[in-house]
Every structure is written in structure tokens, then in C-alpha cells.
Design a protein around this ligand. Sequence first.
Ligand code: ATP
Ligand code: MG
Length: 394
Amino acid sequence: MTILVCSDPRSADVLGTAVGGAHVVAHLGALRRHLSDSDDELVVIGPDIDLAAASEFAAAARVDRPALGVVLVRHRVDTGVLGQALRAGFREVVPAHETQRLGQACVASRALSEQVRRAAGLTPATTERRRGRIVTVFGGKGGAGKSIVATNLGVALAQSGTTACLVDLDLAFGDVAVLLGLFPERTLADAVPMASSLDAAGAASLVTAHASGLHTVLAPAEPRTAEHVPADLVTRLLPLLAERYDVVVVDTPPAFTEHVLAALDATDELILVTTPEVPSIKNLKLTLQTLDLLGHPADRRRIVLNRADAQLEIDADDVAQMVGASVHTEVPADRTVPLSINRGVPVVLDQPKHPVAHAIRRIAATLDSRPEPPPDPVRHRSARRGLRRKAAVR
Ligand SMILES: Nc1ncnc2c1ncn2[C@@H]1O[C@H](COP(=O)(O)OP(=O)(O)OP(=O)(O)O)[C@@H](O)[C@H]1O
Ligand SMILES: [Mg+2]
């Protein structure tokens, strides 16, 4: 848990989001009280806290509690502030408006704390490493609504106070940036040079924050760049993100690509999106059969019937009968969805009381951050090899 010292609620809100969720205390006295009773390893000191008092705290912590990282946020960072911060032993000094950098500084500080603990022979702060839930949104048919579900789900989670990161694995034609009205300044393409050595700080450097508090790792802006993103990168990236966020949502292309298979290996919950149309339901059935072949456990799948419409004569029961598995949630068809796309504002933000938003929040409410252990990787991998062989024969 990150402890944020900040007496201004608005700054606390912005900074808390930037660090991926924090316990906020209003002054240094409250911080000392909190720390006396916890083994937290990261303190962020907000720009409204007096520098001299903050420096005194950091200098004392360096001696009394060397594994504790203290990051200082200031409205203005000049040589005077930097000098004082250096003498006091702050891990980093970050300008208040550079929220992205603050997130990265926190990840780097946590990694350093772990090194300090290991070097000092101390036990880890928590006996178990924190591990958020990886939720992949998939569907074998293009246009079923995977990206709509994934983006709205990510925002709904962030709004509920869950720290969430949405990864766009539709590498060639990913829509997450457009659906959230984000500019893809950093994307998965930036991870290519550090693919084999990606660490927590590297993963954090890929993140683009959305105003809702949702963090994202966007798909490359150029479809051609997608070819250079190795599947191994996904294998490294998702668990790193899961250490930082309560839930990592993964949006996917409509095919079992190498990247999707890598994501499935790490997935705790799989959301399968279909529409009430025969081709989409047929593909759902094929997808379920393929997942069985891959050894993916059926109890970790949820079927979402998107664009449900009473006039279409195919309802959730019909879908369940056709595919042999029940529908978890129905998301109604409504023109508010394309309208929200054109505005670049997800429905859960734009129209939080709309039935589409309610349906998405129902899905979000059933996802918590305590996953079952991931599926047996050996069984999983051998099934994948079989699948690849079959694909090669075709
Ligand atoms: N519940 C809904 N009601 C009305 N329209 C919807 C709904 N869900 C999705 N759509 C429409 O379907 C289109 C496709 O949705 P989306 O992009 O989420 O599909 P996708 O499965 O991610 O597609 P792709 O496989 O191409 O990535 C959207 O542009 C939107 O207009
Ligand atoms: Mg999509």
C-alpha cells in the first residue's frame, strides 16, 4: 500500500490516481502513527506538505527504516529543492503536474525497497507478493463488442476504487485509445527494445492514464509495428502489471494469436463476448471447444451476450442451449454505445444510469483482486503446442 501525505483533497485525488491507489493521511503526524503499525514501503509526500518537516521525516526514515521509500512531490522543482531532497534522502522528486512520472517513480521505489530488504536479509513486507486479477476479454467474431466491454469494464473498475490497467492486445487495429479519447504517446511498441528485460519500472513507463483513474497500455499506433511485438513480452508484462494493479483487463483481437495465447496462460477470468447472431454464436461454440483443447478451465469463463435485443428472437437461454454454457451477463443493444464511441467517452462515464452501464458494472462487481492460482502451465502449454500443430496442418 502506498501512503500519500496530502491535506488538499483535490491534489490527493489526482496524486492517488497517479500512484495507482493510496491510503491518504493529511499530515506527517498521522503518517508516523500509521507507519508505527504497518510494514508499508512507500510514502508519497504531497506538494502542500512543508519541505523542512518532510525532509526531517525522510532523513530519519533513511536511518530507522531503510526499506521505506519516500517520494517527494512539489509544485516547483528547482535546484534548491533538489539539493535539500538529496541531502534528506528522498528517493525521487517529481513535479506535481507530471503524474505519469510519479507513477514510474513509485514503481522504481518499490523495486529498490525490495532490493534493500533482500540485501539486508529482511523478510518481504508481505509474505505473499501482491497479485491482482488478470481478466481477458475475448471473442472469436470481430465486432462483437470486446473493446466496448473491455473499456467500459476498465473504467467501471477504476470508478469503484479498484486500481485497474487495460492492455490493448489488438496490436494491429487496437481501438482502446480511440474509445477512451487518449493520445497514444506511449504504446506497446515502446516495450519492444526492453522485451527480454522488461521489469516493473519498464512496465510502468508504458502506461497512459485516463481521467477516470483507469491506466492503459495502448496498442502500437502503426499496424506494421505490431509485427515486432514478441509474444514473450505479453508473458512478462501481464504479471508485472498484476503486481501493481488490482485488476488487469486485456482487450484482444478476434483470433487465437500468439499474443492472445500468452495472455490466456496468465488469465484468471476470461470474458467471452458474443452477439445474438448465429455466426457470432457459432464462433463462440468453436472458441469454447478450442479453450477445452487448450486445457482452459471452464469455471473461469463468463459469457457476455452483448447487443441483447428482445426483438432479435435469440435470447440468453437460446445462446446457452446452442453453446452448452450459460450466459453470465446480458448487455443491451442501444445506440448510446455508438454515440459514446463517437464522443470518445465510455457509456459508464457518459451515461452512468444507462442499462448498458448497469450491465457493465454488474460484471465489474463480480471481479475481485483475489484470484485462484493460475491454470497448470504444463498442461496448458502442451495443449497449445497441439493447437499450433493443428493450425499448421490446415
Ligand atoms: N451494446 C451495444 N449496443 C449497440 N452497439 C454496440 C454495442 N456494443 C458494441 N456495439 C457496436 O459494435 C461495434 C463493435 O464493437 P467493438 O469495437 O467493441 O467490437 P470488437 O469485438 O472489439 O471488434 P474487433 O474484433 O474489430 O476488435 C461498435 O463500434 C459499436 O458501434
Ligand atoms: Mg476490438
